[in-house]
Design a protein around this ligand. Sequence first.
Ligand SMILES: C[S@@+](CC[C@H](N)C(=O)[O-])C[C@H]1O[C@@H](n2cnc3c(N)ncnc32)[C@H](O)[C@@H]1O
Length: 391
Amino acid sequence: MLAGSPAERVVDRTLRAHRSLSSPQRQALKEVIFNVGLWRRRLDFLLDHPTAPPPLILFAFLHGLAHLPAPEAASLSGVGEGSTPTLNPAPPPSLALRYSLPDWLADHLSQELGPDADAFCAHLNVPGPVTLRTNPLRNSRDDLASRLRSEGVSTRPGAWSPLALHVDGPRPNLYALPSLQEGRFEVQDEGSQLLGLLLDAQPGETVLDLCAGAGGKTLLLGAQMRDSGKLLAHDPDPERLDRLLQRSSRAGLTRVQVLRSPPTPGLDAHRVLVDAPCSELGPLRRGPDLRFHASPDVLSRFPPLQLELLHRAADLLRPGGRLVYATCTVNRAENQDVVVAFLASRPDFHPVRPGQGWLPVACVRDGFLFVAPHLHGTDAFFAAVLERSAG
Ligand SMILES: C[S@@+](CC[C@H](N)C(=O)[O-])C[C@H]1O[C@@H](n2cnc3c(N)ncnc32)[C@H](O)[C@@H]1O
């Protein structure tokens, strides 16, 4: 994994090679692999040895970060007696070393978040909650919570999305639950739920999800529309669209139309969602190695495409219609700057307060939706709600 293999794959391979392990042993193995992968930079700093062999790295993790006494850590990690390394006792001198991030990423987050960067980065090292989105076509949030309780899963309501339930305790095997097969819920971060809700799709309308992917937001839009009107979903990735169709049928949506080529002008939609491709710094806590697979050029790769998608969406929207532009990243160049550039060339559009009447002010910053793990317990998201003048 330290040489670049994805953490999930390393865990799978290791567990398959050690089938006799008990369930707690499997869990411990998984946690150690994830944590060594996540904390690799901090472990290098502790060991002052960038090519340290695995037993030393494991020792540094167990003793230096998990604070196990040295003899126990040495025995568990297989470090020979008398060869336990001395760990660097100094506090890590930078944000990057403190939270085990590549330098470019720590520098970028410092620039973006200023005094909040420390808390944000600390939260990137804590796994996010498992959050479910109620499918209101199938049940209410309270009914879903009771049903899940009867299936052995305890939950609590989310703080921001009226559809969110967080799973309490260790992650259950959600995919084996009959309630999931019956389309009563989807797994979806609470911040991601808010992006779909901002569009405020209404029954009977024509609504376009321009970057629909596998349908995380499309399903929510369809439920808001009470499975009526016209719901169009486009994405250039055909496999994601196939998954979208499967999920739609499970969720009880009968009117989703998948567009495998880009929608043509003249659609005259009431609402368009642009859940844009982006640098994806917002969900970094979802995988221990995501931060090490990204490279700095990701920060400048997307704005031209994002602006183009906004313009395309604008041309598909009717006068008086609503457009939501959203990303899951923390990067002014992909967020505020794209919206400002768009508005400068489209005087027929104006920004409105996101979630007027229901979204707490704590989720709104400078007129845009902004949520983040250290403030809201969600992955980080940005969204702008724009309306086209009526006349
Ligand atoms: C943030 S993801 C969307 C996630 C999805 N809305 C969901 O909730 O599951 C961005 C999507 O944009 C798509 N995309 C990339 N280039 C695009 C383009 N030129 N036009 C439309 N979508 C594009 C990607 O395939 C990807 O699925």
